[in-house]
Design a protein around this ligand. Structure first.
Ligand code: SF4
Length: 250
């Protein structure tokens, strides 16, 4: 194994954001996670990106889809469940409702029956039928391609909009911050925040815009395969020598 590279730790009680802004009281860092100095963060981030790209050259969105409409629906359905579970129900859903127009006119009970296994199916049904109706009414049946328009659709927040923009439109508008990205960003010393909006801001400051969509995939893939929530496998982790949380995890 390569020699462990040291990253500069911040003195206790002091804090600086990724952008170098001073903060009076630091957000709580994960227990056992060393702090990385603001000066060292850009190089740390670049090295992480380089390595994760090499380890996961095929990292991509794991929700099956053929167009922005399908990805938007699949992303809404993916709340509180796995992509795998969503991929089991979407073929039937998209066969029955191949367009926003068809879904907007769907009977609620029929959609609920198809997506039931994804959990929270009543709310999700309401969201996807409402979203489809808004797409038909306001956008002539075409899923819009801007953040401002997407977040006004029922059931669509910034995270979902980022997924659709990055993966269906090829637009790096922001960084998807899901549970994996939030956990990894904290463990890897890229943020001290727990609020997704602030985590996203930290990541956007640290990584080049053209890498934002890929970055989320890399962190998600790493979180699913190595840096799992309960049992991170630091002993086999390809970034352990530069991770400020390495071995500090239970
Ligand atoms: S598995 Fe361990 S070393 Fe790797 S990123 Fe997670 S906490 Fe860091």
């Amino acid at each position: 194994m390569a020699a462990r590279k040291r990253v500069a730790a911040r003195p206790p009680g002091s804090s600086t954001t990724a952008g170098g802004r001073a903060r009076k009281s630091p957000a709580r860092a994960r227990k056992g996670t060393r702090r990385i100095s603001a000066a060292a963060l850009p190089a740390h981030a670049a090295e992480l990106l380089r390595r994760l790209r090499a380890v996961y050259p095929d990292a991509h969105c794991e929700l099956d889809h053929r167009n922005p409409y399908e990805l938007l629906v699949a992303t809404i359905l993916s709340a509180q469940t796995t992509d795998r579970r969503v991929n089991l129900v979407t073929p039937r859903l998209f066969k029955s409702y191949p367009t926003p127009t068809k879904l907007a006119a769907a009977r609620r009970e029929d959609v609920e029956e198809i997506i039931k296994s994804t959990g929270f199916f009543r709310n999700k049904t309401k969201s996807i039928i409402g979203m489809a109706g808004a797409v038909v009414d306001r956008h002539a049946g075409r899923v819009p391609g801007t953040m401002a328009e997407l977040v006004t659709l029922p059931g669509v927040g910034r995270k979902t909009a980022n997924v659709v923009l990055g993966n269906a439109f090829g637009v790096d508008e922001g960084v998807v911050v899901d549970t994996h990205v939030a956990r990894l960003a904290q463990r890897l010393g890229l943020t001290t925040h727990s609020d997704p909006a602030r985590i996203e801001q930290d990541l956007m400051r640290l990584f080049p815009r053209q890498s934002w969509t890929l970055l989320a995939h890399l962190l998600i893939w790493h979180g699913r395969r190595i840096c799992e929530a309960r049992k991170p496998r630091c002993e086999v982790c390809p970034v352990a020598d530069i991770c400020p949380s390495a071995r500090a995890t239970p």
